[in-house]
Design a protein around this ligand. Structure first.
Ligand code: ATP
Length: 360
């Protein structure tokens, strides 16, 4: 079993806190993805699990054993980094075999294990090449093979695809999904690419400023962000956010006034004492549905045509930046044209001044 448990794990660098006290249980065989903006503490958390960084406080256990004071090599973990760091003078086979050679594994067994991971990662035809004769994607596959060949109980991956181009990233995403199925090992994966997070994760951990903001299945986090920080971190293009005033509330939700003066309903439940106060109203681009008599209007400033769908960027009074609405790809739109949208109450989000969401 390779359940990873962290309890009260904390990291300070001098006076600044990279990770506030954090509790987290990563289940055996789970694919957990840590996401969040640059500097939020993702790598620090991963490095403390790996044993590459000493915690300021708290404990790390793997498979029920406390490893807080154990050396990285004694934890049964392997880590894949953004930079592949292969040995240039060694062949692919020698690079993959390296951790086993160092550990004194018999030659015969090394050959078998290298062949097995090479087959798994489509590297068999490349085993005699040196790293400089490989593409970026191939090099990263070699570094993954080198991590996997040790049969780690836990595989830690720190932005492993960020040096690759879009096409390769998409391919490697599939490879990771397949690898996880084949190995069944616990994987903890750091990224700021939310497409990777959404497609690979069993659960996503969204971090912000050294704290865990929300943990959940990717779609749950997408549909029900617990805070403004999560709403901003998950979804591309991001959730539209507008400063509003709460004008009424009842058992079905609340009514808020948009910056332009229009009142819209939300199913968010608001306490009566919040009436008259400020809030942040959120709606995702795909939930603004074109409607002749819609409550929300904006002039098209920019149109991005992606093929099957388009994103219209609308100038809207009081909005932070433009408001983005998703349209069918074949919809004719002229720049400057005013479009109207309905704002379905059930697809809206409302955030308190402290950033937490009002319950739906
Ligand atoms: P990125 O996505 O940019 O890699 P991250 O979420 O992984 O960011 P961390 O690398 O964990 O963030 O850094 C968290 C915070 O700790 C940052 O403010 C960073 O500047 C700080 N930090 C990290 N390592 C050190 C260090 N060795 N000394 C001082 N501060 C550090």
């Amino acid at each position: 079993m390779a359940e990873v448990t962290i309890a009260g794990l904390t990291k300070r660098f001098g006076d600044s806190i990279a990770l506030h006290p954090t509790d987290l249980v990563v289940e055996d065989g789970e694919f957990l993805v840590l996401v969040g903006p640059s500097g939020c503490g993702k790598s620090t958390l991963l490095r403390m699990i790996a044993g590459l960084e000493a915690p300021s406080a708290g404990r790390v256990s793997i498979g029920g054993l406390d490893v807080t004071d154990a050396a990285p090599s004694e934890r049964g973990v392997a880590m894949v980094f953004q930079s592949y760091a292969l040995y240039p003078q060694m062949t692919v086979a020698q690079n993959i075999a390296f951790p086993l050679t160092v550990a004194g594994v018999p030659k015969r067994e090394i050959a078998d294990r290298v062949a097995a991971v090479a087959a798994m990662l489509d590297l068999a035809p490349l085993l005699d090449r040196r790293p400089r004769a490989l593409s970026g994607g191939q090099r990263q596959r070699v570094s993954i093979a080198r991590a996997v060949v040790r049969r780690p109980r836990v595989l830690l991956l720190d932005e492993p695809l960020s040096n690759l181009d879009t096409t390769l990233r998409a391919r490697m995403r599939h490879e990771f999904a397949r690898l996880h199925q084949q190995l069944g090992s616990t994987m903890i994966y750091v990224t700021h690419d939310q497409l990777e997070a959404m497609t690979l994760a069993n659960r996503i951990v969204v971090m912000s400023e050294g704290r865990v903001e929300q943990i959940g299945a990717p779609l749950d986090v997408y549909r029900r962000p617990a805070s403004l920080a999560v709403a901003a971190a998950i979804g591309s293009p991001g959730m539209n956010l507008l400063p509003v005033t709460i004008v009424a509330c009842d058992a079905d939700g609340a009514v808020v006034q948009l910056p332009g003066g229009t009142a819209v309903r939300t199913t968010a439940r608001v306490p009566a004492d919040a009436i008259g106060g400020p809030a942040t109203f959120g709606i995702r681009p795909e939930h603004l549905s074109p409607a002749e008599d819609g409550a929300f209007a904006g002039a098209v400033e920019l149109l991005e045509r992606l093929g099957p769908l388009s994103f219209a960027h609308l100038g809207a009074q009081g909005a932070v930046g433009t408001i983005v609405a998703q349209l069918p790809g074949d919809r004719a739109v002229t720049l400057g044209e005013t479009l109207r949208f309905a704002v379905p109450a059930t697809d809206t989000h409302l955030f308190r001044p402290d950033g937490r969401v009002y319950p739906l």
